[in-house]
Design a protein around this ligand. Structure first.
Ligand code: NAP
Length: 311
């Protein structure tokens, strides 16, 4: 059996790029397809402080750039394009807008994107004060009073980043305890710029041309309030980029892909890594581990099942 590539990797976040490094070193003819720009969510992280080897932290952009260069050094090909479908083989067919490519094995590393709050006004004011990316839009709010919604690692990391610009940040969280790492919580509690609104949800985001205020409700007391803000940053979790797979691989109820310890999905020769996978901890460090395992498993799968096959 012949195919275009031994391995096609869909998505260029840290999981996909690490798979590319390992696949290149295993001398698999490999292609990584990335929709926008390599790096995935890592690219929008200002400072990555918990990836080992960088005691002073490293920018998401730099880390991504280094991973990509490392993968290309070992022969990974990179193609910009959007994958629309995966037709299970063998060989597996990866469908793009303008072409179809076949591969002996596929690694899905399409990552995850931000989840919306689904509050009135959110959609209307997206780009007009409502944002999902602090590193993209934070500098627009120098000297402003803004709101951040959420209590996880992203909300805390990005609130800390936003204190560089905003004069005052209202952190709105639906419970009475933060979810994010303790070390981040300590920084939040120590910041004079941050005021936390516990047990509080956003009822509506209001304004004329752009965001002017956010209406809140305390879920315990029922008390309602309004805050005058010019920006609302929403960090309420992530949703997997797996819709393009049209349920061809087994997923949980939210669309995160089930894999075994070897990152194998329920389709032989198709693997999944990183944030798109059903897993306990979504971090750059865990995506990198997933990528290494999946490339190794794909190499063994190809050797065992397709002895005669080659790209
Ligand atoms: P997350 O951990 O799922 O946290 C989402 C936060 O939003 C939670 O505090 C949640 O409240 C809140 N929330 C969810 N739906 C809501 C709604 N409808 N209304 C109001 N609040 C809502 O998501 P994340 O912070 O984006 O992180 C995603 C993954 O990336 C995590 O595994 C995280 O560890 C990782 N990450 C790590 C770092 C880092 O290590 N520095 C940085 C960024 C992301 P509850 O707490 O009440 O559920």
């Amino acid at each position: 059996m012949a195919w275009d590539y031994d391995l096609i990797i869909v998505g260029g976040g840290p999981g996909g790029l690490t798979a590319g490094i390992y696949a290149g070193r295993a001398r698999l003819k490999s292609l990584l397809i990335e929709r926008l720009i390599h790096g995935g969510q890592m690219m929008t992280t200002d400072l990555v402080e918990n990836y080992p080897g960088f005691p002073d932290g490293v920018s998401g952009f730099e880390l991504s750039d280094r991973m990509r260069k490392q993968a290309e050094r070992f022969g990974l090909e990179v193609l910009a394009g959007e994958v629309l479908d995966l037709q299970p083989g063998p060989p597996h067919t990866v469908v793009l807008e303008d072409r179809q490519l076949t591969a002996g094995a596929v690694i899905i590393s399409s990552g995850a994107g931000y989840r919306r709050l689904e509050a009135p006004g959110e959609h209307e004011f997206t780009g007009k004060g409502v944002s999902y990316c602090a590193t993209c839009d934070g500098a627009l709010y120098r000297g402003h009073t803004i709101a951040v919604v959420g209590g996880g690692d992203t909300a805390l990391t990005d609130t800390i980043f936003l204190t560089r610009f905003a004069d005052k940040i209202h952190l709105i969280h639906r419970r009475d305890a933060l979810r994010g790492e303790k070390v981040l919580q300590e920084q939040i509690f120590a910041s004079e710029k941050v005021e936390i609104h516990w047990d509080t949800v956003v009822q509506e985001i209001q304004g004329a041309e752009a965001v002017e205020r956010v209406r809140l409700k305390n879920v315990k007391t029922g008390e309602e309030a309004a805050l005058e803000v010019t920006g609302v940053f929403i960090f309420v979790g992530i949703t997997p980029n797996s819709g393009w797979l049209k349920n061809r691989v087994a997923m949980d109820e939210w669309g995160f892909i089930f894999t075994d310890e070897q990152m194998a999905t329920d389709i032989p020769g198709v693997f999944a890594v990183g944030d798109v996978r059903h897993k306990l901890l979504r971090q750059i460090a865990t995506a990198v581990g997933d990528g290494a395992i999946a490339a190794f498993a794909a190499e063994h799968y190809l050797a065992a099942h397709h002895r005669g096959g080659k790209a």
